[in-house]
Design a protein around this ligand. Sequence first.
Ligand SMILES: NC(=O)c1ccc[n+]([C@@H]2O[C@H](COP(=O)([O-])OP(=O)(O)OC[C@H]3O[C@@H](n4cnc5c(N)ncnc54)[C@H](O)[C@@H]3O)[C@@H](O)[C@H]2O)c1
Length: 460
Amino acid sequence: MREDLILVGLGPHARAKYIPLIEDAVVGGRTSGFHVVELESARNDVDAFFRTRACKPVSISYVPDLRRQGIWYSGHGEDVLTAVAGLGTKVIVSTEPKAHLGYLRAALGLGLDCLVDKPVVLPMGSNGLPAPNRLVAAVAELKEICNRTGGRCVVMAPRRYNAVYELIGRYARHTSRNLGTPVTYIGIEHHEGVWNTEEEILSREDHPYRYGYGMLCHSGYHYVDILSSLLGHNEDNFGSLAVELDVHRATAADQVRQIGPDPVHRLRGSAPVAGLFPRPQFWGETDLVSAGAARRRGSRDTVCLFRLDLLQTSVSLRNWRQLPTNVYNKNGRYASETIRLNIGPFAAIEARILKRPHLGTEGHPQLTRHAHITLWRNAGFLGRAAFRERSYPARDTLVRNADLGAGRRRLFDDWLGGRSGKSALESHTRTISLFARFLAAVTTDRGEATASPAIDKVPA
Ligand SMILES: NC(=O)c1ccc[n+]([C@@H]2O[C@H](COP(=O)([O-])OP(=O)(O)OC[C@H]3O[C@@H](n4cnc5c(N)ncnc54)[C@H](O)[C@@H]3O)[C@@H](O)[C@H]2O)c1
């Protein structure tokens, strides 16, 4: 008999990404069945979701919703895991990030294997805001628990399995080692193309912007992970590095101010009818730009300069006012990303990943994903070609999961099969330290609370 799975948190991400993977594993006999743990407040929604699905959970357990009291995880979570888990049970933690740490502590403490979503953990301070200074220690604590109990923790980082990023990383590692020259510049740009209206942000209890975080804890973690792994290549080849970092951000309130009320009124359809929460004191970031230097430890020698720009405020395909019922990746998100590496005056590689829209079902655009890779070389010096480029059109559409679907599936299958090397928690140590630096930078600048953005005018 195969072990069973527990899915903690059945939000939009778990519904779109984990449920199909779990159903395949059940049908294929790789797991005997699955259990769900959710908040009591989500009971009707969860019941309705499973009513129409052929593959049903063995059990659904509900824990009290204490979020209004600022409690993201309570001991009820551990009680449920203890009651439901058997020998070899595996746990997927896909709650909102503020509850990850509590569930991981409990599940790993029981010696269970866990798969957790980014940003791994998000410790919150008593002021109700993220506490970046506690992040590294929290992850170290989880690693200690793993060592003590034998539990394993794997992080869902599908870009680690993405062919384009694998190719870029391989090229950087080999070329830089062969030339004896570090990757001297890393440039990463992610344009996410997301347009949230003020009424949406203020109508969702758990909207991260209302808790002082945003883009960095969305897809931002993945790009910090890519940056960290490229800096890691330099460290492996050229010795230990210290990072200097300069970060600037714009918040959800800034985005609302930048756009103004007129375009929102021009969106098709009527305004959503929903109760609005009072505006928070601090807004999470929608956008950040950063620049940094990796210097040889203990000296001012610069080994590598880098930029990381994460921009939700970029062209979106949204022209409707009401959120679609199944909002996941269907609210006009129109992402594209570029990564460029220079290896001194010798070689450079750039990958552009972009999505081409075409009209899909339900009037919402579907997106087909393409990758374009360009290589520049100092041919006179190195021999062979000075310029090469290649396009990789993707067969699948974003809605059918092509975006990172293949990588996610491979990571999930590896985890389920007990193979964890590529994204084990230990391998995220450098990423977490760098991520904590970024998070500290975006959560310390709180100037906007005193300004009077358009978003302030939304009635409480
Ligand atoms: N890897 C990726 O590319 C990727 C993409 C999107 C989201 N995510 C991550 O996936 C996770 C879930 O994302 P989402 O958009 O579905 O979030 P969400 O907040 O919309 O949904 C989370 C679900 O967890 C439930 N929940 C919250 N606290 C709980 C608790 N204490 N006990 C049990 N259930 C609880 C909520 O009721 C909700 O249904 C987040 O960590 C997010 O960062 C990862």
